[in-house]
Design a protein around this ligand. Structure first.
Ligand code: GDP
Length: 299
């Protein structure tokens, strides 16, 4: 929790401190107060739609409960944020093994780092992990992934640069079966500018998984970078059109004052945020829990 709280320091400074300022300096709950609160939500990248729905719900509550003191809005705001963040809370699929996780996302969002952290996390939980370097498009991607596999102390399956990603995944599956691995985490190429190729490539990988590993639980994890604000939301929309995404990892929350984007994502995308990145270290990936998150942000 402390790690989360310090990771959210920039967003706290930007959003929470200003909410405090607004509440402390307001004498009444009027339209001016609501406008300013909505403005603060938008500045934190909550997104116009989510901000409006949050403000409207708070208004309703204030009316129903006949509240007058701005201080009382603080609890309402917390409840609202929890409500939105819980909308698509990750279902408890944690115990389904073997599993294969296809990790997708554009380059630079923290995909490789997240895979490394995730491998470490599963390993800490006593799971046997195998990485598959299926971003064969960039040689650097495989090298980076290899470094992370060493850090996390897990095996990796890789091929030469330019080889067929589906072939890497095929080999990883055979290797996972032979070694009785619990989890395969596959890196994939993040070429969003060429949506058609990306889609074809992922489809091919999908077919291999379905044919070779029907007993595995398949998860498609989209990695998004919180520092890109509303861009993260539009990336998510594009990926959702191309593939069936089951879950989201939101990285670099520690590097942005716009952590409110997590609310826009939860509000808009019927896909649960499952993990959040709060630093560059191997243990800086946390399971996302709305309750904790809102406390770390506003308490
Ligand atoms: P990829 O191109 O998507 O594979 O991105 P990388 O995994 O190489 O990460 C790009 C940069 O983001 C690296 O410098 C990482 O250390 C950094 N990064 C990734 N996740 C986080 C995070 O949660 N917090 C911070 N502060 N940096 C991160």
């Amino acid at each position: 929790f402390d790690k989360l709280k310090s990771g959210l320091a920039k967003t706290r400074d930007n959003f929470s401190s200003r909410v405090d300022g607004l509440i402390n300096s307001s004498k009444v709950i009027d339209e001016e107060f609501y406008d300013q609160l909505e403005e603060l939500l938008i500045l934190a990248d909550v997104g116009a739609k989510a901000a409006e729905s949050i403000i409207n719900d708070i208004k309703k509550q204030v009316k129903q409960q006949k509240l007058r003191d701005p201080e009382q809005v603080r609890a309402l705001l917390k409840d609202e944020l929890k409500r939105v963040l819980s909308k698509n809370a990750a279902s408890k699929d944690m115990d389904l093994y073997p599993r294969i996780i296809l990790v997708v996302g554009v380059n630079g969002v923290g995909k490789t780092t997240t895979i490394g952290k995730l491998a470490y996390k599963f390993k800490q939980d006593g799971r046997k992990v195998l990485l598959a370097a299926a971003d064969t498009f960039r040689a650097a991607a495989t090298e980076q992934l290899e470094i992370w596999s060493q850090r996390a102390g897990v095996d990796i399956v890789k091929h030469e640069e330019g080889s067929d990603p589906a072939a890497v995944v095929f080999d990883a599956i055979q290797s996972a079966k032979a070694k009785k691995a619990d989890v395969i985490i596959c890196d994939t190429a993040g070429r969003l500018h060429n949506k058609k190729n990306l889609m074809e490539e992922l489809k091919k990988v999908n077919r291999v998984v379905e044919r070779e590993y029907p007993e595995a639980y398949k998860e498609v994890l989209l990695v998004l970078d919180a520092t890109t604000g509303q861009n993260a939301v539009s990336q998510a929309r594009v990926f959702k059109e191309a593939v069936d995404i089951n879950s989201i990892a939101l990285t670099k929350l520690d590097g942005t004052a716009k952590g409110g984007v997590i609310i826009a994502i939860a509000d808009e995308l019927s896909v649960p945020v499952k993990y959040i990145g709060v630093g560059e270290g191997i243990d800086d990936l946390q399971d996302f829990e709305p309750q904790n998150f809102v406390s770390a942000l506003l308490d």
